[in-house]
Design a protein. Structure first.
Length: 261
């Protein structure tokens, strides 16, 4: 990324955090975050969730805040360990964390099922994993004015990124079940997106960054690109955000040995 692109991505991630953090905090409070816990935040982005978790676990607890790219990660309190980490390849300590959380991460990792298994291996017995991810099909197919609709669908479905699973949020419950997690639960939500508000700017900034590349590749005429950028920031414009599915599972506290009742 150029310096300008880095700054745009910083603003975009900040808007995404402002939009999603309140719901994430309510969810994690419901699951249970207690003093002294060891917690893993995967794909921490700006680190806003890690900082919140640090307050909950207190001085006797630890938060490991990881991302493959730490350029956007804020300074953290002393009980947060910040690590550059590739979830698909880098190891995690086995049975170490009482709680693991990842938001808008799994869909972007080609080895997503293997990563889910790694996260479960890193959970203490009785520990919980909370995965928030999207169901993008409805988001991509909603009715929008043209040419914005066509450009939106190209970016929302990850065209050119064949490894991306834009329906990962729908599949995570099944993966958790196959991995032997218990107390399975899920919550879904959808938000309205508006221009010049955090709820929409996280996506509109992504479209702004993608449009010149689509024009350069010949996928979108330059005139359509200019019109679409005007449409998405027109006064009164609103659209539906992605359906976010938060899936929760807990590792069995005890394993019955073979041959025992």
């Amino acid at each position: 990324m150029t310096d300008d692109e880095v700054e745009i991505e910083r603003v975009r991630l900040s808007n995404l955090a402002k939009t999603l953090d309140p719901g994430t905090f309510r969810l994690l409070d419901r699951v249970g975050v207690e003093p002294g816990m060891h917690v893993l935040e995967v794909g921490a982005g700006t680190g806003s969730v890690s900082a919140w978790l640090a307050e909950r676990v207190g001085g006797d607890g630890r938060v490991m805040s990881t991302d493959i790219d730490l350029r956007f990660h804020a300074e953290m309190p002393p009980n947060v360990i910040v690590r550059q980490h590739d979830a698909a390849r880098d190891r995690l300590p086995p049975e170490h964390f009482h709680l693991i959380h990842a938001r808008a991460v799994i869909q972007h990792i080609p080895e997503r099922e293997a990563v889910m298994a790694r996260l479960v291996d890193a959970l203490c017995p009785g520990g919980a994993v909370v995965i928030e991810d999207g169901a993008m099909a409805e988001f991509a197919s909603q009715t929008l004015p043209e040419p914005l609709g066509s450009i939106h669908r190209i970016v929302a479905t990850g065209s050119g990124q064949q490894w991306r699973d834009h329906q990962a949020g729908v599949r995570i419950l099944g993966w958790m079940r196959e991995l032997g997690l218990e107390d399975l639960d899920a919550r879904g939500s959808v938000r309205i997106m508006r221009p010049h508000e955090a709820s929409g700017e996280w996506w509109f900034l992504a479209l702004e960054r993608a449009v010149p590349r689509l024009v350069e590749a010949g996928a979108v005429p330059e005139s359509d690109a200019a019109t679409a950028l005007e449409q998405m920031r027109a006064p009164g414009f609103a659209m539906l955000g992605p359906t976010s599915i938060a899936t929760i599972g807990r590792k069995p506290a005890f394993t019955v040995s073979e041959g025992q009742p």
